[in-house]
Design a protein around this ligand. Structure first.
Ligand code: PMM
Length: 260
């Protein structure tokens, strides 16, 4: 899954692709590099980020979704917690809703996914982006994140979403210390074994806890975490550097085939 952030303030690439033309070009580059899904987002979820209005978010993402639908066949996901934005994006041709609140912020999201047959990504986050990094603590990290995700998935299924359309995500960096993020990578296969897992590790600060490098210079650590996620059973890697992860996964498949 290649990341197309149409935001002024994402931690990793904020402001780089705010104009629709640049964002569409970025998406097409990621598609040409081998992305199987493009994830378009118009609201930063970085720690401390302020919310964006529905109108502003729609202004950012809709032209990009329309442009990508017209120019490539790669399935699109909409990274939003807002029902109105998800509905408009699906109407414009997106196929997946990536809800980082796992149905908590907008009632009706699961029903929308059920009605439209959209895929649904359910991510674990503690609180909201303004509060999530304030002293995160868990008694049983894997157990708590896993049961939160299974509960959200059960609610989606009860609303009519096909089990095969659901993907869960531990929410790396969303209310997690660096150590928590590594432990979640190590415990991926125990989180919610009945669902495929998506991992969003790319360029995040747990990879560089002393903040020695800007996010765009964290590729080696990002690839190491991507390999660990793959080894531990991740089905989808949400990344900025699609080409590099494609090569990583090719090498990993060689290893995995020989090992089997
Ligand atoms: N991370 C970010 C945004 N959206 N969605 C999912 N499902 N999982 C994530 O880990 C995730 C996400 C923040 O990272 P970015 O600013 O690089 O997009």
């Amino acid at each position: 899954m290649g990341i197309v952030n149409v935001t002024p303030d994402s931690f990793s690439d904020g402001g780089e692709f705010l104009s629709p033309d640049r964002a569409v070009r970025r998406g097409l580059e990621l598609a040409a590099s081998g992305a199987d899904i493009l994830d378009v987002g118009g609201e930063s979820t970085r720690p401390g980020a302020s919310p964006v209005s529905v109108a502003e978010e729609l202004d950012r993402v809709l032209p990009v979704i329309e442009g990508l639908v017209a120019a490539c066949d790669v399935p699109l996901s909409i990274d939003t917690t807002k029902l109105e934005v998800a509905r408009a994006a699906l109407g414009a041709g997106a196929a997946i809703v990536n809800d980082v609140s796992a149905l908590r912020f907008s009632p009706g999201m699961a029903e929308l996914a059920a009605e439209t047959g959209a895929g649904l990504v359910l991510m674990h986050m503690r609180g909201d982006p303004r509060t999530m990094q304030l002293d995160p603590r868990y008694d049983d990290l894997i157990g708590e994140v896993g049961s939160h995700l299974r509960e959200a998935a059960r609610r989606a299924e009860a609303a009519g979403v096909d089990r095969a359309s659901i993907v869960v995500d531990p929410g790396i960096g969303f209310g997690k210390t660096a150590r928590d993020s590594w432990r979640l990578l190590a415990g991926l296969s125990e989180l919610a074994p009945e669902y495929p897992v998506l991992v969003g590790h790319s360029r995040k600060s747990f990879l560089d806890p002393r903040g020695n490098r800007p996010p765009s210079e964290r590729l080696p650590q990002t690839l190491a975490a991507g390999l660990l996620a793959a080894l531990n059973g991740a089905a989808v890697l949400r990344v900025h550097d699609v080409e590099a992860h494609g090569r990583l996964l090719e090498a990993y498949r060689g290893y995995e085939e020989a090992r089997r």
